[in-house]
Ligand binder design. Structure first.
Ligand code: PLP
Length: 403
């Protein structure tokens, strides 16, 4: 196919390995929280590239950083360090519990690094069996074989056996199950402060405290997967900051680059220094172009007025959603924090979240599902209130058709 030929949606089925089922339209450009398709139809973006486009599309802050760095230096490889990666590491460290950062290009890779570090820490301990990882049912940690095995959704891993051994899944938010499962052979517990893909399910504060206590008692590391909740998504810079619990390792990606692929694993000196040169790595980790964009995006989001704006938008969303739900009583609950919002379908509509998202697309609204029973919104953290109104009106129209 010639690059000059106009492509269409059928080409996707011919050309792309069929692991995705994208919408029937092709989006071509975006600005802020509005986005247009090949036919110039306009959409309001409540999907945000699955919690990635934290500043919307083509935000001047991200755009300028990208253009400036693009004129200087794109890539080096890890035989040489660079200025943007050091500046980004410093920002992340200054504003979190961490002392050191490891960079990569995605959330799965950040978790892969965290899980490998946990195993290394276990292997350096006195206990030769300290290698078990505790994870939770319905969790999601990425698609590499290790991370998909750590994830608690068997539908994503069942066809890829044999899976890495030594991972146990227990019910989420179950204090007694956690106390019973975490023992001297546990090297790590990995948890999302809010399960995103699993249905926008917040961890109980008490549950996180118990995980912290159990990890301390047995000498296991507590990993917070903040790939979806991090960088302002919940209204805090990181979700752990709204709990009384500090993890030993934190993974971050998605919003960190505002659309430019980047991920990071953050940890303390105590744990970071158990990795040695050659233990782990990736060609694109710390890529100057990615880090320059992330520097700009992170420092913009990490301003009090931007973070409090997320909470204001949250309040606005849930109030308007409650009004819509009085007219079209389809949802039993709205949950989540900040701009990670889950609209939970009533039992009689179970399994139909995707249908609502498709109807929303027809009305000119991009939204997401989180499992079969939850419609999820993860819009830009700076979405204008007028765009929230316009998007929710389109949502209301979709719900009218659904009913
Ligand atoms: N962890 C969490 C909590 C996620 O939500 C995701 C993606 O949705 C991942 C990890 C995987 O990130 P990526 O798709 O960038 O590999």
């Amino acid at each position: 196919m010639n690059a000059n030929l106009k492509v269409n949606r059928e080409n996707f089925n011919e050309l792309i390995v069929p692991v995705y089922a994208p919408a029937e339209f092709i989006l071509t450009r975006g600005e802020g929280s509005r986005i247009w398709d090949q036919n110039e139809k306009e959409y309001i973006d409540f999907a945000g590239g699955i919690a990635v486009n934290a500043l919307g599309h083509c935000h001047p802050v991200a755009l300028n950083a990208l253009m400036e760095q693009a004129k200087k230096l794109w890539h080096l490889g890890n035989g040489y360090t660079n200025e943007p990666v050091l500046a980004l590491a410093e920002q992340l460290i200054n504003h979190t519990f961490a002392d050191k950062a490891f960079f990569c290009s995605s959330g799965a890779e950040a978790n892969e690094a965290a899980l490998k570090l946990a195993r290394k820490i276990g292997s350096l301990s006195d206990n030769p069996n300290k290698n078990e990882i505790i994870s939770f049912e319905s969790s999601f940690h990425g698609r590499t074989l290790f991370t998909v095995s750590a994830g608690g959704q068997p539908k994503y891993s069942k066809d890829f056996a044999p899976l890495p051994a030594g991972i146990r899944h227990i019910p989420f938010n179950d204090l007694e199950a956690a106390k019973a499962a975490i023992n001297a052979n546990t090297c790590a517990v990995i948890v999302e402060p809010i399960q995103g893909e699993g249905g926008v399910i917040p961890a109980d504060p008490e549950f996180l405290k118990v995980l912290r206590q159990c990890c301390d008692e047995v000498g296991a590391v507590l990993i917070f997967d903040e790939v979806q909740t991090g960088v302002g998504r919940t209204g805090a810079l990181y979700a752990y900051m709204n709990t009384d619990v500090t993890p030993d390792i934190l993974t971050t990606a998605k919003a960190l680059g505002g659309g430019y692929p980047i991920g990071a694993m953050l940890t303390t000196n105590r744990y970071a220094n158990q990795f040695s040169v050659g233990d782990h790595g990736t060609t694109y980790g710390g890529n100057p172009l990615a880090c320059a964009v992330a520097n700009a995006v992170f420092s913009f989001i990490n301003q009090p007025e931007v973070l409090s704006g997320v909470e204001e938008r949250h309040q606005y969303f849930v109030q308007r959603l409650a009004e819509i739900n009085q007219k079209y009583p389809i949802f039993k609950e709205f949950r989540g924090e900040g701009l990670l919002l889950g609209c939970v379908l009533k039992d009689e509509f179970k399994g139909q979240a995707k249908k609502i998202v498709n109807l929303a697309g027809d009305e000119g609204l991009l939204a997401l599902v989180a499992g079969a029973d939850v419609v999820r919104f993860t819009p830009s953290l700076v979405i204008p209130f007028a765009d929230i109104d316009a998007g929710l009106l389109r949502f209301e129209h979709a719900l009218a058709k659904f009913q």
